[in-house]
Design a protein around this ligand. Structure first.
Ligand SMILES: [Zn+2]
Length: 315
């Protein structure tokens, strides 16, 4: 049913009772913006990639939706879907880690906090990893580390650029040391990718923190972020207590990090796919027949390097 049809039916049905209004919001027909409070028809919000048309607030989205937004239809080939998390330490906090894993898998229909795969982005072959904050806060345990490492290695073998959409609360404490070593493992794979002169583009989304920030999120050739994303290592309170200093209000936002040189580009979600495609095209070797730089792309690159000092080079 189109929006027009919906309104036409609605007019026939007479005024909406409050009860019914409440129920329809609950049913997900309408979505209320948590930033500006405006109600948007959910279908329209989805068409706008879950960015509020009123205030440009970026609603939180998850891995399936990210893949749908970035990868050309019918080209997604998931990798390593069989890798399952284990509980090698027999860890228990309020709940046994094994139970927590099983419950989260049932609830999210994911095996762990990342989906990886190969596909085309605007016709360009890429290796894409997407973290999912629903799965234990996007925490990085052995499965996240192993899947991302394999993805990067596959990207190196196929000479594909690697893109990782980051969203994480950091290392997964339930796996202790085993989760911490993933930082080094992924970084090692990225080093080999770089040595092969291949491109790596992390996209930092809300929130990117802890061990993810301290490793692959910050190792990109060009580091992209979504507007107003929280990006940091330790939480504000911990930093304030350690430094015994009050931090600025916009501390640990994408904008603050860009102004201080940690992030190269802030890209609204509605322009993310086009921007990634443009960056990949600019970095293709000159010999590749697909290059064919157009004037607009050259101007864009010039503009970019003058204000963001991003390492754009066409070689
Ligand atoms: Zn809004």
């Amino acid at each position: 049913m189109s929006l027009f049809d919906w309104f036409a039916n609605r007019r026939k049905a007479g005024p909406i009772s409050e009860d019914r209004q409440e129920r329809e919001i609950a049913d997900g027909l309408w979505t209320k913006c948590e930033e500006c409070g405006v109600l948007t028809y959910t279908k329209d919000l989805r068409a706008n990639q879950w960015v509020c048309g009123e205030c440009h607030h970026h609603h939180r989205i998850f891995s399936d939706e990210r893949i749908r937004q970035l990868i050309d239809a019918q080209t997604w080939q998931p990798l390593d879907t069989h890798i399952q998390p284990k509980d090698p330490l027999g860890f228990k906090d309020r709940k046994a880690y094994g139970d927590r894993l099983r419950d989260t898998q049932t609830k999210t229909q994911l095996t762990d906090a990342v989906q990886t795969g190969l596909g085309l982005l605007d016709g360009l072959p890429v290796a894409l990893g997407v973290m999912d904050f629903r799965f234990m806060g996007g925490s990085m345990g052995s499965v996240v580390g192993e899947k991302l490492t394999r993805l990067i290695e596959q990207g190196t073998r196929d000479r594909r650029p690697v893109i990782i959409i980051c969203a994480s609360g950091g290392a997964r404490m339930q796996e202790g040391m085993l989760s911490l070593m993933q930082m080094a493992k992924i970084s090692g794979a990225l080093q080999q990718h770089q040595a092969a002169r291949l491109l790596y583009l992390p996209v930092l989304t809300h929130p990117t923190t802890g061990g993810v920030t301290a490793s692959f999120a910050m190792l990109g050739d060009i580091i992209l972020a979504e507007p107003k994303a929280t990006i940091g290592f330790a939480g504000r309170r911990v930093v304030e207590q350690t430094l015994r200093e009050k931090l600025p209000d916009d501390f640990q936002t994408a904008e603050y990090l860009r102004d201080h040189g940690f992030v190269d580009l802030i890209v609204p979600r509605t322009q993310l796919k086009a921007t990634l495609a443009q960056l990949i095209r600019l970095h293709q070797p000159r010999t590749a027949p697909a290059l064919g730089l157009e004037a607009s792309e050259t101007e864009w690159a010039n503009g970019l390097s003058s204000n963001a000092a991003a390492p754009i080079a066409v070689d």
